[in-house]
Design a protein around this ligand. Structure first.
Ligand SMILES: Nc1ncnc2c1ncn2[C@@H]1O[C@H](COP(=O)(O)OP(=O)(O)OP(=O)(O)O)[C@@H](O)[C@H]1O
Ligand SMILES: [Mg+2]
Length: 496
């Protein structure tokens, strides 16, 4: 294995990097130093628990002091160049200082020197971009989100540090669900959430799991890339789609221990294409619900939000979060919008690159992350994606048939506390010919508004009036629908 004097770790979790490095230097019998522009260069104490206990330690706890004259990047670099023993230097948020020519020059000299004497520099920070002449001398190390062991550690460390202030009311079997509830958060977030949940009522118990899940949904949403729907909050009710449901029931065994014992790969994912409002999104939610897995929704538009960061990096982060919560369902809604073929290529091939990255990941992923991609516009989907073997299956959603319309009508009437015996379902099914599920739901809602306004109970004639007043997409966009059907015919599996 080759030796790399400069390692870049993109993360906001500096503490975790410190813990990892401290372990490494202990094993390698090396010294370790920390640097930040606020603190200067500090010899690390090698106590990997110091960080955690410090946060709850009484004020005035002694912290190690910095070496003199080492806050300025150039001074610090000169300082470490003169050190004669092997060490690891953790430089926090250092990348931006490399834009300075003198700093960059000094840095490269040290990198060369370190490649001979086997010291190393580790640079951490969120979203790191290095000057090009430095970038190709470094190795990037992806820091995954905390695994179960690390989260377990956090629980025991937080409870230890809060000893006397909280009661721990956890049985042995309560711990795994608690750990699972924390998956997908950084250690810092996890620690805060547990401490908060415990301090709020003076106890850490299974009751806190719901609160932790809620907090996690918030945390993930605030990150800006994914939305998280826990199994507990997933209430999707999908009518019809019996073909898809059957497929899912069979595919589920792919996640079982037996499948694992036979070296079978778990299913990778599916693509669902079809016209608007026919339940594609609802299907994605239903899959997570049926499989009792957390659902993570990737918002295509947000990948390109420059305020959130560069799109490939964003995608990597999203995927890594999903992997940390595996087994999980990753739902990429309207995939053609983030990775599709654009008419203009105005994005400089960005969506193509992202798409390439996605394909590789899909092919090679080892974690149990099941992808559900949905799409409206087949013409914008790169043909490679439709090739056999990319997805386990490609499903086509057509307009609901009479039987499905009956189920959809029932779902939406019941969801709004209407008793079904007041309605002539046969007539309603007939009237909604050519309607999508979304259009059926909308008709029910509008008719109910009207019923309230007219102070009458909703009945069949009122609903029919509303239905007749609607022009469904299947008429206004008949051509698109025909085209989609023609392409899907014989190539994709019908969800029915
Ligand atoms: N099969 C169905 N069963 C029950 N409800 C349905 C069904 N199809 C559609 N609906 C209703 O229509 C709404 C819109 O459906 P959904 O968002 O899943 O459609 P979509 O195919 O993803 O549409 P779009 O292409 O606009 O994203 C749903 O929230 C649901 O209330
Ligand atoms: Mg949708």
């Amino acid at each position: 294995m080759s030796f790399h004097p400069v390692i870049v770790i993109e993360t906001v979790e500096e503490e975790r990097v410190e813990v990892l490095l401290n372990k490494a230097v202990n094993d390698l019998q090396m010294a370790m130093f920390d640097w930040s522009i606020a603190q200067g260069l500090v010899r690390s104490q090698g106590n990997i628990h110091a960080r955690w206990t410090n946060e709850y330690a009484p004020p005035g706890t002694i912290r190690p002091s910095a070496l003199e004259n080492t806050t300025e990047p150039l001074d610090m670099l000169k300082h470490i160049q003169d050190m004669s023993f092997k060490a690891i230097y953790l430089l926090k948020d250092f990348a931006k200082h490399l834009d300075d020519a003198a700093v960059a020059r000094q840095f490269r000299e040290i990198a060369h020197q370190f490649s001979l004497n086997r010291s190393a520099i580790v640079i951490t920070g969120d979203a790191i971009t290095l000057p090009r002449d430095i970038a190709h001398d470094v190795v990037y190390f992806p820091l995954k989100l905390p695994d179960q062991d690390e989260l377990y550690q956090v629980i025991s460390e937080v409870t230890r540090s809060l000893q006397g202030r909280i009661k721990v009311q956890l049985q042995k079997q309560d711990v795994p669900p608690l750990v699972r509830a924390l998956q997908g958060m950084t250690l810092k977030q996890a620690k805060k959430v547990i401490a908060y949940a415990a301090l709020e009522d003076g106890a850490l118990s299974t009751q806190d799991i719901g609160r932790i899940l809620q907090r996690k949904a918030q945390v993930i949403h605030e990150e800006g890339l994914l939305d998280y729907i826990s199994v507990e909050n997933n209430t999707a009710l999908l009518g019809g789609f019996s073909g898809l449901k059957q497929w899912l029931a069979r595919a589920k065994v792919g996640f079982s221990p037996q499948a694992q014992a036979f070296n079978l790969q778990p299913p990778k994912g599916i693509l669902i294409v079809g016209i608007q409002g026919c339940g594609k999104s609802l299907a994605a939610k239903t899959i997570a619900r049926e499989w009792k897995m957390p659902l993570l929704k990737l918002d295509a538009g947000r990948l390109y939000n420059k305020y959130v960061g560069e799109s490939e990096r964003n995608f990597r982060r999203a995927v890594s979060l999903a992997e940390s919560m595996a087994p999980a369902v990753l739902w990429i809604d309207e995939i053609e919008k983030s990775m599709g073929v654009s008419d203009t290529d105005a994005d400089g091939g960005l969506s193509r690159r992202l798409f390439g990255y996605f394909l590789t990941w899909l092919q090679e992923k080892s974690q149990e992350v099941f992808v559900v991609a949905t799409a409206n516009d087949l013409s914008r989907i790169p043909p490679e994606l439709l090739r056999k073997g990319r997805f386990d299956e490609i499903f086509f959603v057509d307009l609901p048939d009479p039987q499905e319309r009956a189920i959809i009508l029932k779902i939406h009437l019941q969801a709004r506390n209407q008793s079904l015996e007041h309605f002539d379902l046969t007539e309603l099914v007939q009237a909604t010919d050519g309607f999508s599920g979304a259009e059926i739901e909308q008709a029910v809602i509008t008719a109910l508004y009207r019923a309230i306004y007219e102070q009458q109970p909703l009945d069949t004639p009122m609903l029919v009036t509303e239905i007749k007043a609607t022009t469904p997409l299947s008429i206004s966009r008949r051509e698109d629908l025909h085209q989609l059907r023609a392409i899907a015919q014989g190539r994709f599996v019908n969800v029915k």
